[in-house]
Design a binder for this molecule. Structure first.
Ligand SMILES: Cc1cc2nc3c(=O)[nH]c(=O)nc-3n(C[C@H](O)[C@H](O)[C@H](O)COP(=O)(O)O)c2cc1C
Length: 436
């Protein structure tokens, strides 16, 4: 599926003030274009499943006659299938109505629709089914993908805020004004992205150390590819999520950089293996602990999953995710994808005889480069935590309690939910305070 936003920070005016939110804010899903589209698709399948099955339940006889289909031989099985499909419509409706609580329902929806699609296919292979059942199976198979994308989208609501250009305060470690920039690059995009952020950081007084991640299997992960099979192997390994060992990097866990900028590219709708290895390898995982981390994603067009993966890894490794920005190659589909294949096949040097529509640039546009430089400038000026660590921890606990709170607010909500978190602070008279 094509992502709808070519660059999330795009709407962020050049030269505007950094938006410093006090802490990551949960925003309503659907607040972004992709969220709105996915939510509308959920309403669509809810209407189709509930309406269509209700209609079939009460009017299948005339409908089947009109379509020239045989009447169902076993009414009990027929009605059970309709009921099952109607229920999956109810699940979709609940997802669309309350996306913020929809993650478990999305998994239920994926299992239900996936099973229906598989069973339909299996029975069709045994003896061909009438076309309406095949259409229902195909519809449900497609919605396994839609639900999965929505799950990815909803699982990291803070990214919706960061993708709009917000830089949130990170940890309370002393500022050394030193940044560590990490990247791995096949064809140069990630390398270029990190160079522009570095330029911005340096222009506002940051000292930068750039580290290139080197896979141990250099021949395989080098560009231009040594053979067509190298590309195929990378693709297959990316699909199977095989790890790619990396050479040790010269950064100790107690390094004195207060900021880490890491760039990740998309490989087969996931994070590129050599970048992911930084978090999986015990020798490098520790370098993120307690540091402010900004993530940049580059891709042909699909960055949401790899961005969510990168963000999850940063947080699991103890980093403070403070900024995120994702960028795609220019051009429209399907020419952009075809051009990527041509670009990779020719090792980045596409001959002039190749038609223009297969030669779309596979590099970041100048305005994206300027945006990355501006991000670097803003990262160097980022605000500090304005609330003490205790207040932040209690706000986190409160947020957690609110997330678990029943929708109906009862009289004892304050006593059971809010008071235990807020009162100990109030008793000691601690209020918002500026950090050192
Ligand atoms: C093996 C491979 C798989 C890729 N898979 C995807 C993909 O699934 N989705 C996408 O949007 N881009 C995909 N891309 C494109 C890269 O993410 C994109 O070209 C990126 O800018 C490359 O950065 P780099 O040159 O710094 O390595 C793929 C590229 C390669 C080499």
């Amino acid at each position: 599926m094509k992502e709808t936003m070519s660059s999330p920070g795009h709407g962020h005016e050049r030269g505007s003030e950094p938006i410093a939110l006090p802490f990551p804010t949960m925003v309503a899903s659907g607040a972004s274009r992709a969220g709105t589209i996915l939510r509308l698709l959920c309403f669509l399948t809810a209407g189709a499943n509930m309406g269509g099955n209700a209609l079939l339940m009460f009017a299948h006889e005339p409908l089947f006659r009109w379509l020239g289909l045989a009447q169902p031989a076993d009414l009990y099985t027929f009605t059970s299938v309709l009921g099952f499909s109607f229920t999956s419509g109810v699940v979709a409706l609940l997802i669309a109505l309350r996306p913020a609580q929809a993650a478990p329902l999305l998994v239920v929806g994926m299992v239900g629709k996936g099973l229906f699609a598989l069973v339909t296919m299996a029975f069709h292979l045994r003896s061909p089914l009438p076309w309406p059942w095949l259409a229902f199976g195909a519809w449900d198979a497609a919605f396994v993908g839609v639900f999965w994308l929505y799950l990815v989208h909803l699982s990291r609501p803070e990214l919706l805020v960061l993708n709009r250009g917000a830089i949130v305060p990170g940890g309370d470690r002393p500022r050394t004004r030193k940044a560590l920039l990490l990247s791995y690059s096949l064809s140069g995009n990630a390398r270029a992205a990190v160079a522009h952020v570095e330029a911005g950081l340096r222009s506002n007084g940051y000292e930068c150390t750039r580290v290139s991640v080197q896979p141990v299997e250099r021949a395989l992960f080098g560009f231009p590819f040594s053979s067509f099979w190298s590309f195929g192997r990378i693709l297959v390994r990316a699909v199977l999520r095989r790890r790619a060992a990396i050479e040790p990097i010269d950064v100790a866990p107690d390094h004195d950089h207060d900021l880490i900028v890491i760039v990740g590219q998309t490989w087969m709708v996931g994070l590129a293996a050599p970048v992911e290895e930084l978090f999986l390898d015990e020798r490098t995982r520790g370098i993120f602990e307690g540091r402010d981390v900004a993530i940049i994603n580059v891709s042909r067009g699909l960055w949401r999953r790899s961005q969510a993966m990168l963000a999850s890894h940063v947080q699991a490794a103890g980093g403070h995710l403070i900024a995120a920005s994702a960028h795609t190659n220019p051009g429209t589909e399907p020419f952009r994808t075809l051009s990527l294949f041509v670009f990779l096949a020719f090792g980045g040097k596409v001959p002039a005889w190749v038609p223009r529509w297969l030669r779309m640039p596979q590099s970041l546009e100048p305005w994206v480069q300027a945006q990355l430089e501006q991000l670097g400038e803003r990262l160097a000026l980022r605000s500090r935590v304005l609330l003490s660590a205790e207040v932040m921890a209690r706000l986190g606990a409160l947020d957690d309690r609110f997330a678990r709170m029943p929708r109906r607010i009862t009289e004892d909500t304050w006593e059971t939910m809010v008071s235990p978190v807020v009162r100990p602070m109030a008793a000691r008279g601690s209020g918002p305070e500026a950090s050192a």
